[in-house]
Design a protein around this ligand. Sequence first.
Ligand SMILES: [Zn+2]
Length: 198
Amino acid sequence: MPRHPSIETLIERLGRLPGIGPKSAERLAFHLLRVDKVEALQLATAIEEVRAAVRNCSRCCNLDATDPCSICSDSSRDAAMLLVVEDSREVARFEEVGYRGLYHVLQGRLSQFEGIRPEDLTTDELLARVRKERPTEVCLATNPDLEGEGTARVLAERLAPLDVKVTRLARGLPAGASIAQVSKSILADAIEGRRSLS
Ligand SMILES: [Zn+2]
């Protein structure tokens, strides 16, 4: 007996989610058919609610209740400084430490393994924004790991013709660290990212 077309549709929809292959999509679909109907529909409701409540800021691509987001709408922030981060969670971290410039959220990072290309991120939006808003500095605050570094390198190349100062976060020594004990990569970064005291 062929499966009901609605089951095929659900499997096909689930299979479009990142990291979900056809097998997983099928497993999830049958899970949703097996569990209590109310529980299954709560997932649909949660998706509906979050899509109604949260939107992408058309300026910085951050997620917020409003567009432009609360950060872009705050005129007391320093528009000369643009901090480029991978996703919204990192915006929250920089807010915690009192950063007062603006952000640009890439919504991911480049990954050969996952097939994520510059056009899959908000790269074009970033370049258009730098051309239009003319910040003094763009700091590439992607994570200091292989894919984050690769993303920063590609962005730096694309920003190079735009006559803007491009920086990377200093990594350096964590406060309270002992030079004898930190890892070689941290120590190498600490020398690389040294600051002037004068
Ligand atoms: Zn914004």
